[in-house]
Design a protein around this ligand. Structure first.
Ligand code: NAI
Length: 722
């Protein structure tokens, strides 16, 4: 066994600095070694206690401590529940020994302390955080379908109280910068330099020789009360009801079990509270949802943010000056994101007035941020100064990036590229934000198709993190590498797909909406369809979403796709929803923008109710469909279209499918994304294939599982290829 990961260093004052430094990993995690080394370190601390005045806990890594070991976690099965329970009990017992050592222990948090990292710090008497750039502090377990099982629930409730601890920390899973963590009460001090961090920590040890945790003091009471406090108890029934409302009944067990662990644990002593926490942790850790969410939100996201799809051998690219063509809804948002990331932005439209309007959009967002204390006037002014609104193409002189966002017309797009090209740097990246036009076709209209790439942003651009990068047939690897670098530079999460009508995201979301619309014609009640969508975990129910997107959009895409299929000699197969969409458009009910759609809207554009005419027009609400079938038809339609995207070479990685579907088109987060939904389905891939066959028999051939999927299922593989 090599050296202990807790490096021991005692100074002349009897203060022991323990520097965590796992020699086998780039970050410290709660792996097996951690448990063993912490145990032997505690043995020594207890043995040498008389010569020790206190302990400072810090780390030699960039982060303080990265948290639980997620590699292990995604592998747990239900049979592992007891093992997981015992493991967490083991760690908890060690942390309890640390906080009851009888000597002050201070965490000198030199970098990120997330999940298990913060749980360790919570078991120390005082927490000082270094205000390091990008450093985050928090308990994000809920976002991975888990709960903090290393004493996090127990201690946060005791530190901040049940209501505050639960609502603001445990259920939000927020990752806070050190100063925000200070405000939230998670740390006690924030310092500016590494030296100050250690010297302050040592000073605190000297000033507080008798330190104990608040909960180990005599007469301690949980701040704000517990279920046995009358005032608090009166509010308690509202907790689960509010949570259900917030989650719209989506099948996400973690928030409920976090709440249970917090409430039940507040009724008993810390050790028993820890057991309750471990029991619920084991239940979540061994369940499918945490595997799904950990895979997507940790592993897949990490791969994407590291540029996993980036072609190798190209130097890192940094864009400096971008010209955004079209200052409409998308162009204005793109200009904002680019300016925020420090790029010089030329925002060009047909008139100065239009361009100014586009810039005003950034001004509005920034003013709001300043008034809410999220930004400063100085920073806002700096960002705004980087945006030059104009109607003059020559302002683009020397730009190394174009992002085109004019109206969705191939001829217009061709024309604006021709106009701007002479002004650009010779190797500028030529990006188009088209949402439906194939990139290869658009690239043919410009002189340098190898520099042309699809940069598909999502609305509203300032809030939506995804960027779908589309490779046209001629897009070069060098351009693709640059596009990925640019996406990361402007703080977007890039997925990479090959050209196809609707690319990956629009294609897949279309099947979700079509499926819901088809159900209207089969007699389902419109409100049941909406509920089925919400309860499956979709952030917006399908008919509502269709109204937002406008019904002429699927009509247009369908028409273009039909032409494409027929031109290639194929036979066009329509969808049962087509007739309903066509009739709605005929009736002038095109969606929210036309003031009427599947919903009714008042004069201010507010949605009032589902249109009662749906029943008479389409026979909706005449019978009913099994609720589970309604939900699975939506989920399966998207999953099966995704498999087709893999088969056709549109999608290249599971991570792109998962992250693109959750972040771009609202595929339910609990599934871990549209590809993980297939692998995580009860019975795995064979279970999914079996269910697809049943749906095909009941609702049509579009649910028949593609051959590639059947083949994998027969070979015992997963979609992920495991
Ligand atoms: P929009 O209608 O809000 O804005 C288009 C802008 O382009 C207008 O300000 C118009 O004056 C300007 N424009 C027209 N001709 C121009 C020219 N010759 N030179 C410079 N500017 C010109 O449209 P929106 O929604 O911003 O869409 C723009 C593009 O983004 C379209 O290709 C659309 O398909 C795509 N897109 C739209 C999304 C959405 O949610 N609206 C999402 C993703 C992509």
């Amino acid at each position: 066994m090599s050296e202990n990961m807790f490096r021991w260093e005692a100074d002349g004052d009897g203060i022991v600095t323990l520097t965590m430094d796992d020699p086998d990993a780039s970050a410290n995690t709660m792996n097996q070694r951690f448990g063993e080394d912490l145990a032997s370190t505690l043995d020594r601390l207890e043995r040498e206690k008389d010569s020790i005045t206190g302990v400072v806990l810090t780390s030699a890594k960039k982060t303080f401590f990265a948290g639980g070991n997620l590699d292990d976690l995604v592998k747990y099965t239900k049979a592992d529940a007891q093992k997981v329970f015992d493991q967490t009990q083991g760690i908890k017992a060690l942390l309890r020994r640390l906080e009851t050592l009888g000597r002050p222990v201070v965490s000198a948090i030199n970098g990120a302390a997330l999940g298990g990292g913060l749980e360790i710090a919570l078991a120390t008497h005082h927490r000082i955080a270094l205000d390091a750039k990008g450093s985050k502090i928090g308990l994000p377990e809920v976002t991975l379908g888990l709960l903090p099982g290393g004493g996090g629930v127990v201690r946060v409730v005791r530190l901040l109280g049940l209501a505050d601890g639960l609502m603001n920390v445990l259920l939000q899973g927020q990752q806070r910068a050190p100063k925000a963590a200070l405000e939230a009460g998670l740390v006690h001090e924030v310092v500016d330099s590494p030296d100050e961090l250690i010297s302050r920590a040592k000073q605190w040890v000297k000033d507080n020789p008798e330190a104990v945790q608040p909960w180990d003091e005599k007469g301690y009471k949980i701040p704000g009360g517990t279920p046995s406090t009358p005032k608090f108890a009166a509010n308690l029934p509202a907790f689960p009801a509010n949570l259900r409302k917030q989650l719209k009944n989506a099948p996400m067990p973690a928030p409920y079990l976090i709440m249970d662990a917090a409430v039940e644990g507040s009724q008993v002593d810390i050790d028993n509270a820890g057991k309750i926490e471990s029991r619920y942790f084991a239940e979540l850790a061994c369940g499918q949802v945490s595997t799904n969410m950990t895979r997507a939100f940790f592993f897949d996201l990490q791969a994407i943010n590291k540029g996993a799809s980036r072609p190798e051998g190209y130097e890192k690219h940094t864009a400096r000056k971008v010209v955004v063509l079209g200052a409409g809804m998308m162009g204005a948002g793109i200009a904002y994101s680019c300016a925020m990331a420090g790029l010089e932005v030329v925002l060009k439209d047909v008139s100065q007035e239009n361009a100014d309007k586009g810039k005003a959009y950034s001004q509005k967002i920034l003013e709001k941020a300043v008034s809410r204390g999220k930004s400063t006037q100085e920073k806002a002014d700096e960002v705004l100064a980087r945006i030059t609104p104009t109607a003059d193409a020559s302002a683009a002189q020397g730009a190394d990036l174009v992002i085109e966002a004019v109206f969705e017309s191939p001829d217009l797009k061709k024309q604006v590229f021709a106009e701007i090209l002479p002004h650009l740097a010779p190797d500028a990246v030529l990006g188009s934000n088209t949402s439906t036009l194939p990139i290869t076709g658009l690239a043919e209209g410009v002189d340098r198709p190898e520099d042309f790439v699809g940069l598909h942003f999502f609305s509203p651009v300032d809030k939506m993190p995804l960027l779908e990068i589309i490779k046209g047939e001629k897009t070069s690897d060098a351009t693709l590498a640059k596009a990925i670098d640019i996406a990361l530079q402007i703080k977007k999460t890039p997925i990479v797909v090959s050209d196809s009508r609707g690319f990956f995201t629009s294609r897949v979301i279309g099947t979700f909406i079509n499926e819901a619309v088809a159900m209207l014609g089969e007699g389902a009640a419109p409100s049941s369809i909406e509920q089925a969508g919400s309860q499956a975990g979709y952030p917006a129910p399908p008919l509502q979403l269709m109204d937002e997107l406008t019904l002429t959009l699927p009509q247009h895409i369908r028409e273009e796709t039909r032409k494409g299929v027929e031109a290639a000699g194929g036979t066009w197969v329509g969808h049962p929803s087509d007739a309903i969409v066509d009739r709605m458009v005929e009736l002038g009910r095109k969606g929210r923008s036309s003031g009427a759609g599947f919903y009714e809207y008042d004069e201010s554009g507010k949605r009032t109710r589902l249109w009662p005419g749906l029943s008479e027009e389409f026979g909706a609400a005449q019978g009913d469909l099994p609720f589970e079938d309604m939900q699975e038809r939506m989920l399966f339609a998207e999953a099966l279209e995704t498999v087709k995207c893999f088969d056709e070479g549109v999608l290249h990685t599971i991570a792109d499918a998962n992250i693109g579907s959750i972040m771009g088109i609202g595929f339910p987060a609990w599934t871990g994304g549209v590809a993980q939904y297939i692998d995580g389905y009860p019975g795995g891939l064979p279970g999914f294939v079996e269910r697809a066959r049943i749906l095909a028999k009941a609702y049509g051939d579009r649910f028949a599982p593609p051959a590639s999927l059947v083949d994998k299922a027969e070979k015992g593989q997963s979609l992920r290829g495991e």
